[in-house]
Design a protein around this ligand. Structure first.
Ligand SMILES: O=P(O)(O)OC[C@H]1O[C@H](O[C@H]2O[C@H](CO)[C@@H](O)[C@H](O)[C@H]2O)[C@H](O)[C@@H](O)[C@@H]1O
Ligand SMILES: O=c1ccn([C@@H]2O[C@H](COP(=O)(O)OP(=O)(O)O)[C@@H](O)[C@H]2O)c(=O)[nH]1
Length: 927
């Protein structure tokens, strides 16, 4: 039956088992020797070793930047071809890497000729090491190409490098890239806040930049969609493309989409300041897998989703209405072998020789950064100045070489930074320089790979002082090139790299100029054995956590997330078949509609816990305004009986449904009334309520200590609700509360604890909606003087797991029954068949009065033939031979609203869908 949950077949390996297996396979693939026939034979069956073979055949000698980029093979094409092994062709998984920037920037040489240059930056460097996939890179080539001839020629030139261009015009680049990406998101994600200019101007430009951002993302999506082939993996990169997962999934929900952020993700308190905070988060959550460099960034993201969107944060990721977006940390690495090998190259050795000669007798300190405010270049230089100030003996023995690569030069903030840095450097060189030497060599330009490697190799102390940095690959590259020198790395604790290289580096707070200055002194004076130990530690990390591992791990996790989601989906009941349900309703002659109230017939609440202003109103449950009319029509249909079955107070049901002609079952069916009559209790007798006071005491305690939580005291239950409290705090408090309850007040009591998504309810044992329906159905039937059996049942609600027994109560039996009439429940429907255990009359209580326990008028309503009512597989005919239920399988519809883990046959996403359905039902009723 759809909706039936199994705890998972033992044959299906767990996620961890699958990932471990994939890891082993990857390891095996790398160690596999191509002429090892036995291994080849075992791998042939599934092609798992194909990647290894291809790498071995095509990349045996590793690669060199220039050859790779500008050689005939193309950037990725050297690993793109399949290969023949024992007559069998293996093919790699296609990977579409989508990033704002292509790994090459284009320079126009003529109308239809282009020259391609490598783009500098960590993302490019990292992805160069990825060899396992057949990779295509989709992105912007960094130039405006307005004419068709130029676009065509560039597309062809890039194709040779396995790159596909997205053409962005000047205006969009200005608003999307310079504006929204680099003036808003970049500083915000690095804790530098939103632009502070004149409010009105900022607000105005903000909106148009955000619109341009979305437009640009759509342009990237269009190119991806054009080149996408079934089975491809689409890996979206960075803050430039936060809308891309959403646009891609809207186009094709089966696409495998991952998104990785290369910058930090800030604390949710920072992200909250962004006007488009929710839209961006939701757009990213459309991805299957979301990755960050560190656990901290991942934690901040999940926290933003719970606090800002009100979604569920779990150890696996973020869950919304059963859809899980996996969130995890995947620390990037570098292709360390490429750097180590480069040191042996003649060009690099020549550079090394030159540099050694040029700076002979001096210790070399090195900074390599894009000229970006997050890199803390002014702070670094000021710390160096302080060091020189305090250590006069070092003044002519040390130089600081600062490579400051120009970046985002159209953004005013970056222009300001350039002049600020120049000014500080000039001042310090003026102060400590001599006629023949200056302490700071500042270069506003990038270096080629060989020059950079040489520089890394001859450096004594590398200085990375980022104020925030997603990872910082320069620190990794420096370590990789220090095999012989074993220099010291001074590293900002605010760079992601501090998580991995923290033990070997000297960690500093870049804002603390004094601390950085004294760390420089410590590093320059560090004894050789300490340097060796620190270096070894970092070298080990850098050479065992490579960019290739990073990419493989991400893609492997993404592949697995898809499998996991498919497995989850299989257990999720299908969508409610509205048309069929309406049709069957129309053809039936005696229908019973059992409807929940909260979150079934109320208006959906957008963001629990984050809706300032109208929360008080929301605390009072209100019928969805669009339901008034359909409910009136349905409740006046003689062939239809409606029961509102709710956990709410009687007064809440009175207020919302008093005017309709229907049955109201309040407090999970403990109280029942037909709207024309008065309330009666249906509580089982001898209900033990001794636990109430002590539980109430605990609930009061937690309500006092959890702002915006409240509790409700009902006749047979107590509910503590933290829907409007801080989600994370509420959850922690709930855990504490439960622990306390279990070990204290309810440890020896017969109660049930029902955990809602934002509530904890304690009820007397056995009080469920299913049990209640059992008691109240007879009353409904005979008081309506039904003359024909109920032949259509619809049970629809946002019920907790405990209350889902109401779905199974009506579920026609499956085995041993002819498929058409699967269940037939019968009982004597005459008035005499219903008796009250304690009093001959039904007890009355005042509508809306607060419940009190152990009232004299409390009575239970049971059906004489209760046992036969439950008799399975038999058609029990009593007295007048009337079957109360004559329910065919196809005329029973159980449906959970807004829950995916359910025993109901079907699902509806929200009460808005319930509105759509009930409107159609009403239309069919009146037709
Ligand atoms: O393309 P640009 O605007 O010129 O910027 C260059 C890149 O800068 C950022 O790099 C980040 O990625 C690195 C690798 O993961 C990481 O080590 C570093 O800490 C980050 O700052 C940016 O995220 C890229 O998209 C840019 O291409
Ligand atoms: O003249 C230069 C300076 C730097 N880089 C590269 O730029 C990247 C910088 O990456 P990082 O993660 O340190 O910072 P990002 O610039 O991405 O923020 C590193 O791979 C450097 O090798 C380069 O190619 N040429």
């Amino acid at each position: 039956m759809p909706g039936n949950k199994s705890s998972g077949s033992p044959a299906i390996p767990t996620r961890l088992e699958r990932l471990l297996r994939q890891r082993e396979l990857r390891k095996f693939n790398r160690n596999f020797q191509p002429n090892d026939e036995a291994a080849a034979a075992t791998s042939d069956s599934n092609g798992d070793n194909a990647e290894f073979l291809e790498n071995e055949l095509n990349l045996g000698e590793g690669y060199n930047l220039d050859d790779d980029f500008f050689g005939g093979d193309g950037l990725f094409s050297s690993v793109n071809e399949g290969c023949e092994k024992q007559g069998k062709r293996f093919s790699k998984q296609r990977l579409l890497v989508v990033a704002n920037r292509l790994p090459v920037s284009a320079v126009r040489m003529g109308d239809d000729s282009w020259s391609l240059e490598i783009s500098a930056g960590g993302l490019v460097s990292a992805l160069l090491g990825v060899k396992e996939f057949e990779t295509r890179w989709i992105g912007w080539a960094g130039v405006n190409v307005p004419d068709e001839v130029g676009q065509k020629a560039l597309t062809n030139a890039l194709a040779v490098k396995s790159c596909i261009p997205v053409f962005l015009d000047k205006e969009i680049v200005h608003e999307y890239y310079n504006g929204y990406c680099n003036n808003i998101l970049w500083p915000l994600f690095h804790y530098l806040g939103l632009p502070q200019e004149d409010r009105l101007a900022t607000t105005l430009t903000f909106q148009s930049q955000f619109d341009a951002y979305k437009r640009a993302n759509q342009m990237f999506a269009d190119v991806v969609n054009e080149h996408y082939e079934e089975g491809d993996i689409v890996w979206c990169h960075d803050y430039h493309l936060m809308f891309l997962p959403k646009f891609l999934k809207e186009f094709n929900s089966r696409m495998k989409v991952g998104w990785f952020l290369h910058t930090p993700f800030p604390s949710s308190e920072i992200h909250r300041t962004l006007p488009s905070r929710s839209e961006l988060l939701k757009a990213v959550l459309a991805a299957d897998l979301v990755g960050f460099h560190t656990y901290d960034y991942a934690r901040h993201f999940v926290s933003a989703c719970t606090r800002i969107l009100g979604f569920e944060g779990t150890p696996e990721g973020v869950e919304d209405q059963g859809k899980l977006t996996r969130v995890a940390a995947f620390p990037i690495g570098i292709d360390s072998d490429r750097f180590i090998r480069a040191l042996e190259l003649q060009q690099v050795q020549e550079h090394i020789k030159e540099l050694k000669k040029r700076f002979a007798g001096k210790k070399i300190m090195l900074g390599v950064d894009r000229l970006d405010m997050i890199k803390g270049i002014p702070q670094k230089i000021l710390a160096f100045e302080k060091f020189l100030e305090e250590n006069s003996s070092w003044r002519d023995q040390v130089v600081l070489l600062q490579i400051a690569v120009p970046t985002r030069t159209d953004v005013p903030e970056y222009q300001k930074l350039t002049s600020q840095v120049h000014e500080i450097v000039g001042r310090i060189n003026g102060r400590f320089g001599t006629l023949t030497a200056v302490p700071i060599h500042h270069l506003d330009r990038s270096l080629d790979f060989h020059a950079l490697c040489a520089l890394y190799a001859i450096t004594d102390v590398a200085l990375v002082t980022s104020l925030r940095d997603g990872m910082n690959l320069v620190s990794y590259e420096f370590v990789a090139c220090q095999g012989s020198k074993k220099g010291v790395l001074i590293l900002s604790e605010f760079a992601g790299a501090a998580q991995s290289l923290g033990a070997g580096a000297i960690l500093v707070n870049p804002w603390n100029i004094t601390e950085v200055a004294s760390s420089i002194s410590y590093a320059l004076n560090m004894p050789a054995d300490e340097r060796e130990k620190r270096h070894q530690h970092n070298f080990m990390h850098v050479t065992t956590h490579k960019s290739q591992d990073w990419a493989e791990m991400f893609v492997s996790e993404l592949n697995d997330t898809i499998i996991e989601n498919q497995l989850r989906k299989k257990q999720v009941p299908p969508q409610f078949p509205i048309k069929v349900a309406v049709e069957r309703y129309h053809q039936s002659r005696n229908r019973l509609l059992i409807l929940g109230f909260n979150a079934t017939l109320t208006e959906p609440v957008d963001t629990p816990g984050r809706r300032g202003g109208d929360q008080i109103k929301e605390m009072e449950l209100k019928l969805h305004p669009d339901l008034k009319e359909p409910l009136a029509i349905l409740s006046n249909d003689r062939k239809t009986t409606i029961v509102i079955l709710s956990g709410s107070y009687r007064s809440a049901l009175d207020d919302n449904f008093g005017e309709y002609n229907m049955w109201l079952a309040a407090e999970n069916g403990m109280f029942l009334r037909v709207t024309k009559g008065e309330w009666m209790t249906t509580m089982p007798e001898h209900l033990n309520m001794d636990w109430v006071d002590s539980v109430k005491h605990v609930f009061e305690y937690f309500t006092e200590r959890t702002p915006r939580s409240h509790f409700e005291l009902r006749e047979t239950s107590l509910v503590w609700n933290y829907k409007y409290a801080d989600v994370e705090f509420g959850r922690l408090q709930a855990r504490d509360l439960l622990q306390h309850l279990w070990t204290g007040p309810i440890s020896n009591t017969s109660v049930d604890v029902v955990q809602g998504s934002r509530s904890v309810e304690v009820r007397s044992s056995g009080i469920t909606k299913g049990a209640a329906i059992d008691r109240i159905l007879g009353e409904i039937v005979h008081s309506k003087h039904m003359v024909r059996p109920i032949d259509y049942v619809l049970c629809i609600g946002h019920f907790t797991g405990k209350d889902e027994d109401v779905y199974t109560f009506f579920e026609p039996e499956l085995p041993a029954e002819p498929p058409s009439t699967l269940r037939s429940k019968s009982f004597n429907a005459t008035r005499t068949s219903v008796h009250r255990q304690s009093t001959p009359k039904l007890a009355r209580s005042k509508s809306g009065s607060k419940a009190s326990y152990g009232r004299a008028e409390r009575t239970s309503l049971t059906l004489e033939n209760r046992t036969s009512y439950h008799s399975r597989g038999k058609k029990t005919v009593l007295n007048e031979g009337l079957s109360v239920l004559d329910l065919k399988k196809e005329n029973y519809f159980s449906c959970a609203v807004g829950r995916t883990c359910s025993n109901a046959r079907y699902l509806l996403n929200s009460s808005d869908d319930v509105v759509i359905f009930l409107k159609e039902l009403a239309a069919s009723s009146s037709s």
